[in-house]
Design a binder for this molecule. Structure first.
Ligand SMILES: Nc1ncnc2c1ncn2[C@@H]1O[C@H](COP(=O)(O)OP(=O)(O)O)[C@@H](O)[C@H]1O
Ligand SMILES: [Mg+2]
Length: 335
């Protein structure tokens, strides 16, 4: 890959918007991407939360409080073997698996799209990313409840050991509004939960992690599994798997509404979820699954010059070349 189509997190002092890939990006929260951070208390349930440590923080000694989501690293091989098996074309390098599938980058891309489209109203707002200093990451690891208590991972709380590409990388974090609502969502927010989810799809984002704990006050707070176009998984993927992934968003929202409804004693027969229910069984609008994120026009953000470079990158650089044809196999066919 040449320097005009960069990948990976830059190590230079002048932080750039991330990830360095075609498509939406998230800018640093401060000019250096570093800040003085006071860690006040850990948020969430470490037994449930998979990708991160989230803390209530004060940044540079100033109000307001924020939520800081600090991401563990994922090995490229893990990302490739867990998600990659569904792609029709493998990616060209380990770094590209990280760039497209690592939770921090997935979240940057999704939030970047909400910002460029001025639709930050459909999720808890993100303000930018930060890098932790070694001292800060040590403090968080020491003071946090371990994600998997009896596990050897406690020696490697940030998951660096499995991936040489991240050995010298700082921990990446995203600064978000601190959501303080006590409810995941209420009965009168149900209509907009589905409308917001369809708006994500309209903006070319498949959320892929719709759970009760990912809603606070009727808004999604977690976009770390999202696929945002242009994305290999929305291009070269087994059609059946993509249909299943598209169905998963409405199915999971349906489950969330039922779970919260039962807990809160709603009469679920009175809750109108016709369109959501239809999409969950493939009988909804459009081709059955609601709005197709692949139809989002991401090219409108590119000018003539960058569009050419971006299309060339997407076409020629991110996928591993197909294996050479076996001349003997061809000969066999002819016989
Ligand atoms: N912006 C926020 N405000 C308040 N609490 C938050 C916020 N973001 C996350 N949390 C808490 O932290 C938990 C984990 O955050 P989440 O983004 O879902 O991480 P993961 O990707 O690891 O699941 C959430 O379930 C929630 O309890
Ligand atoms: Mg979550």
């Amino acid at each position: 890959m040449d320097s005009s189509t960069p990948s990976s997190t830059p190590l230079s002092d002048a932080p750039q918007a991330l990830p360095q890939l075609p498509g939406p990006k998230l800018a640093p929260f401060t000019p250096t991407a570093h800040a003085d951070i006071e860690f006040i208390e850990q948020l969430g349930n470490p037994a449930e939360d998979m990708d991160s440590f989230v803390w209530k923080v004060r940044i540079n000694g100033m109000a307001p409080y924020y939520a800081l989501k600090m991401f563990q690293f994922n090995a490229a091989l893990y990302l490739e073997s867990s998600i990659g098996s569904y792609l029709n074309r493998p990616l060209a390098s380990p770094q590209l698996w990280i760039d497209y599938f690592d939770p921090f980058r997935c979240e940057c891309r999704a939030y970047g799209r909400l910002k460029e489209e001025c639709r930050e109203d459909i999720a808890v707002r993100a303000h930018g990313y930060l890098f932790l200093t070694p001292e800060q990451e040590l403090e968080v690891a020491k003071r946090s409840t371990p994600i998997q208590p009896d596990d050897a991972e406690n020696d490697d709380p940030w998951g660096r050991a499995e991936e040489p590409l991240v050995a010298d990388r700082p921990v990446h974090a995203i600064v978000k509004d601190l959501a303080t609502d006590n409810n995941h969502f209420t009965r009168d927010q149900i209509d907009h939960l589905w409308r917001d989810l369809e708006d994500f799809h309209k903006l070319g984002i498949l959320v892929r992690d719709v759970t009760v704990s990912n809603y606070i006050g009727g808004k999604l707070i977690d976009l770390s599994r999202a696929w945002t176009v242009p994305h290999p998984s929305l291009e070269y993927i087994h059609e059946r798997y993509l249909r299943q992934q598209r169905r998963r968003d409405p199915v999971c929202l349906q489950n969330c509404i039922i779970d919260v409804g039962i807990d809160d004693g709603w009469n679920l027969d009175e809750v109108d979820m016709k369109e959501l229910d239809a999409c969950a069984i493939g009988e909804g609008e459009n081709d059955g699954y609601g709005i197709d994120p692949r139809r989002y026009d991401w090219r409108k953000w590119e000018d003539h010059r960058t569009l050419e470079a971006t299309e060339a990158f997407l076409e020629h650089e991110i996928y591993a070349p197909p294996p050479p044809e076996d001349p003997e196999a061809e000969g066999d066919e002819e016989e």
